[in-house]
Design a binder for this molecule. Sequence first.
Ligand SMILES: NC(=O)c1ccc[n+]([C@@H]2O[C@H](COP(=O)([O-])OP(=O)(O)OC[C@H]3O[C@@H](n4cnc5c(N)ncnc54)[C@H](OP(=O)(O)O)[C@@H]3O)[C@@H](O)[C@H]2O)c1
Length: 308
Amino acid sequence: MIWLIGNRGMLGSDVEVLLKRDYQPYIASDIDVDITDFKALRDFIARSDVSWIINCSAYTAVDNAEDERDKTFAINADGAHNIACVAAAAGAALVHVSTDYVFDGEKSEPYLEEDTPNPIGVYGLSKLAGERHVASAMGRYFIIRTAWLYGHRGNNFVRTMLRLFSERDEVRVVADQWGSPTFTKDLAAAIISIISGNSTRYGIYHFTNEGRTTWYDFAREIYTLARNYRRVDREVRIIPITTEEYPTKVKRPRNSYLSKDKIRRVMGIECRDWRDALEEYVREMTSHPPADFSPMPPNPPEGGLFGL
Ligand SMILES: NC(=O)c1ccc[n+]([C@@H]2O[C@H](COP(=O)([O-])OP(=O)(O)OC[C@H]3O[C@@H](n4cnc5c(N)ncnc54)[C@H](OP(=O)(O)O)[C@@H]3O)[C@@H](O)[C@H]2O)c1
């Protein structure tokens, strides 16, 4: 039995789609079983014979985290610790999702799993603390660091851009931060592949879609696809700006590019190009949105023209 934690989030909902597709026996929880409440987790697992736990729950509001340090740490650090302790006690293996924000973004080369973390904000600090709690509480864990996620549920950069393209003649987007846009569907498939293969190659791995781009070029690609799929029928100027021209509460890593060599080599998991994944996403949004897609949110996400 698999226990999916965070099934109502952007990534968790795509993991659940695959669990259903594969007829995998699973149970799921979200905010209804608060991960900061150890007893609630223990009571929940006591009812089932769980051999794998997937943790997609987190506090993900990067800017708000600066003002909500205690809450952020309670969820991302203590919550992760609680889940790892419950997993260890149940003899279950854990897939725990983490982030590029554990790095400061100052490296010019792709980040490797063994590079020294150095978070530059509360969110990154809390996620790093969560990683360390997991690694100290149990041995059978997979920590998957990812970046720049978008999916069909919840708010994200792609949906914000699509909305802005329908409202504005000009959109200004940061062009000096680098990373890899990643479709939650692809990360969900990588997680399911680890579990289906009953892998025992525990440790930290990086997974994103392949290729390196900036928020500005990401926005331009979204615009091109939106025109091709007739989601936008007007001219919009996309203007490159610097990080300094778009101040936010928390600094973002300048380089978020994660090396995927390890997950390819050890797990045989491939990472498709981010442009191919994005095209599929826009096509799905346009042609056959599943019934449970959440509607386009009315307001920009926290942090405006950035992803997480
Ligand atoms: N989004 C990105 O760009 C990005 C980038 C790198 C890494 N990540 C990591 O990827 C993972 C998935 O991110 P996501 O964007 O899919 O997150 P998300 O959409 O914000 O989903 C997180 C889920 O966790 C739930 N949750 C929050 N506090 C909880 C608690 N105390 N107990 C139980 N559930 C709780 C949330 O419920 P509420 O909505 O009700 O709070 C939400 O349903 C996270 O570990 C995140 O750190 C994300």
